[in-house]
Design a protein around this ligand. Structure first.
Ligand SMILES: [Zn+2]
Length: 99
């Protein structure tokens, strides 16, 4: 009986279903990165079951990534930004090298 596993790519972080092989090496279906099996998120004889889990994990990961992006965005929003006009004006150059 064939078995299927759910794996996550270290590179693009996408969860995907693979058939269990003797080799511990696998290649990402999306970014083609070759890697070894680090963690099996799901193991089943049903490919359909694995696909459902992989989809759920991907949705969860996307949600998490979005939350992280929002957190990072609000962080950068709160950092003080230099006021425009204090830098790069022509008056700065007037005391410099002028022939
Ligand atoms: Zn990948």
């Amino acid at each position: 009986m064939q078995e299927f596993i759910v794996l996550q790519c270290f590179n693009c972080k996408v969860y995907q279903v693979h058939i269990v092989k003797k080799s511990s090496k696998w290649r990402c279906k999306l970014c083609n990165a070759k890697q070894s099996i680090v963690k099996i998120f799901m193991k089943s004889e049903s490919a359909k079951e694995c696909r459902v889990i992989a989809q759920e994990l991907n949705e969860k990961y996307i949600k998490h990534a979005e939350e992280l992006a929002i957190a990072l965005w609000s962080e950068t929003k709160n950092t003080p930004i230099e006021e425009p006009g204090t830098k790069g004006t022509n008056s700065d150059n007037q005391g410099g090298i002028l022939k």
